[in-house]
Design a protein. Sequence first.
Length: 244
Amino acid sequence: MFKFRNLYSLSVSSQKKTKRWYMEHINDFYVKESKRLQLRSRAAFKLMQINEKYAIYKPNQYVLDLGAAPGSWSQVVSEKGKVMAIDLLEVSPIQNVKFIQGDIMDKQIMNQIRQHKFDVVLSDMAPNVSGEHEADHQGITALNQTALLLSTFTLKTNGNLVMKTFVGSEEKLNYDFFRLFFKEFYREKPLSSKQESSELFYVGKGFSSDLIREILENTEKLYKYPEQIQNRLKNLVIDYKMFE
Ligand SMILES: C[S@@+](CC[C@H](N)C(=O)[O-])C[C@H]1O[C@@H](n2cnc3c(N)ncnc32)[C@H](O)[C@@H]1O
């Protein structure tokens, strides 16, 4: 919980910004609703609104929740099925949720996750936001690519993905690359995602990792794609082979 006494260590302009953020936060409709419904964060509404539109998860499915802390997405999904949740930060226990604390870029953590098959992969992961749009965009692009790599091992054929990203110089390339692995692929900005925020969500339905296998069997397949996509595919195949 934010404490006003922290303001004394900030500059006057930072104090004003922090105080404005705090006042907006406590007056926010979704913050009030999350408190009323005992959800751990307003982020829960983003997933609920995406699910309402795209029917991402169904009852009794097994869901991987990447970047789960404080746990509101896991709370929402665990009402219907089982969840494996990962975060750098601790998540206090939730029924039907197995939590692993660690970095998804860590090979040991990846290997732990790789033992499982999921119907749905969710990623609300974000780097510590610096305020530098392009740096934050690059940071989340790296997390997005790791979430896709993990999906190639763990997401069932025809499974679904929801992944947070930020707009930035490579967003179109990211979109064109990630969509290759899904029958349907969308950009979505749910109502509860603040308009001033650069976040948006990729929604993928009908996953297939066939493309990676095809490239492994015949690298010629790469050459039908534009150069930047070829490079992304080459890197993904290199990472994929490291785990074989
Ligand atoms: C926006 S929060 C997630 C909120 C969560 N979906 C919820 O509903 O409560 C983003 C989370 O991503 C986590 N994260 C960022 N990088 C990560 C990484 N490399 N491995 C695991 N978690 C990461 C952060 O620790 C942070 O808790």
